[in-house]
Design a protein around this ligand. Structure first.
Ligand SMILES: [Zn+2]
Length: 324
């Protein structure tokens, strides 16, 4: 898979341009509150500022996070009203949805079903938190013949999911009650949501309270220890205003085990790190990586990508945990 296939550079750069304008428009007057490392509670060390946001790195577990942080309601307003959020939901979605379905969601549905098989949770009812347009849910239903429930707070997105025949709980997870959930054992999934959460601890505590022993939570998020993010750092396009938390395989374990989950699997099956470096050569400051991507053959880049992913150093992280 290539970055261009799921994030065409022209469309992605326009989105980032609008996001930079919105960062100023929606947050420049926001009060800010210091937050401690969301994984281990240590006071962060300032690393850089970007688009008016300050990023700190935890000296203990290397989580990268926004602190001080504007209040949650400013982010709600941004998601509901801003030009960049609208652009993402309309133009970006329209121009990439079919490629993403094929390159991203269909393989993800297969991977999730294999992972659940491995942990004996393949027959559990599946709930997709922040299910968006319902594409994962559609692909998972098609693959497994099992019904998926989408938990989606956005009214337009919830309506799109209903039109697709999906069962929808129209709410933020933090407001969902146990009575709204299907009966029996459950698997909760969330994709590319965790990096956006204003308070990961509140989210996980609420989720944990909804789960019964043996229920599974499976999610993907960005790892700040991934090769492309470590190398590009403040120049990384993943470091943009909507992303507040960059955990890593070590710190995400601290986080979920601190809440009371048992980690079953933490891996980084990413495919794009080296391709992202290849596409951003002018922004690479490190001599080795700059020269590596300029010299390596396509086959070599692929072998390095596979090695990075296998070693836990890709920026795409996949976590499976259960309620013990
Ligand atoms: Zn930490």
């Amino acid at each position: 898979m290539k970055e261009e296939e799921i994030r065409p550079i022209r469309v992605f750069d326009e989105y980032l341009r609008l996001a930079a304008l919105d960062a100023d428009k929606y947050f420049n007057k926001s009060p800010r509150q210091l937050v401690l490392c969301p994984a281990c509670g240590t006071r962060g060390v300032y690393s850089f500022s970007k688009h008016g946001f300050s990023y700190e790195e935890c000296p203990v577990c290397q989580t990268l996070f926004v602190s001080p942080r504007p209040p949650a309601q400013d982010f709600f307003r941004y998601y509901q009203e801003s030009d960049s959020a609208k652009f993402f939901a309309t133009t970006f979605y329209r121009e990439t949805s079919e490629a993403r379905r094929e390159k991203l969601w269909r393989p993800k549905a297969l991977m999730v079903s294999e992972m659940l098989q491995k942990y004996g949770a393949r027959q559990h009812a599946l709930l997709d938190i922040g299910g968006g347009y319902g594409i994962f849910a559609e692909e998972y239903e098609r693959l497994t013949n099992k019904k998926v429930t989408v938990i989606e707070p956005g009214p337009e997105l919830a309506q799109i999911c209903r039109q697709k025949g999906l069962t929808v709980i129209e709410a933020f997870l933090e407001n969902v009650t146990a009575e709204q959930l299907p009966a029996g054992p459950k698997v909760f999934v969330s994709f590319e949501l965790f990096e956006h959460l204003h308070d990961t601890r509140v989210f996980l505590q609420h989720l944990h309270a909804l789960m019964r022993p043996g229920d599974v939570f499976l999610f993907t998020t960005l790892s700040g220890m991934g090769v492309d993010i470590q190398t590009l750092w403040d120049e990384s396009k993943s470091v943009s205003l909507q992303h507040l938390n960059f955990f890593n395989p070590k710190s995400v374990r601290l986080l979920i085990e601190g809440i009371g989950f048992r980690a079953l699997d933490v891996s980084t099956p990413g495919k794009l790190d080296i391709d992202i470096l290849y596409n951003n050569q002018a922004q690479i400051k490190d001599r080795f990586w700059r020269n590596f991507v300029a010299h390596a053959s396509q086959e070599q880049r692929q072998e390095w990508q596979d090695f990075i992913a296998g070693q836990g150093f890709s920026s795409h992280m996949f976590v499976v945990c259960e309620c013990p």
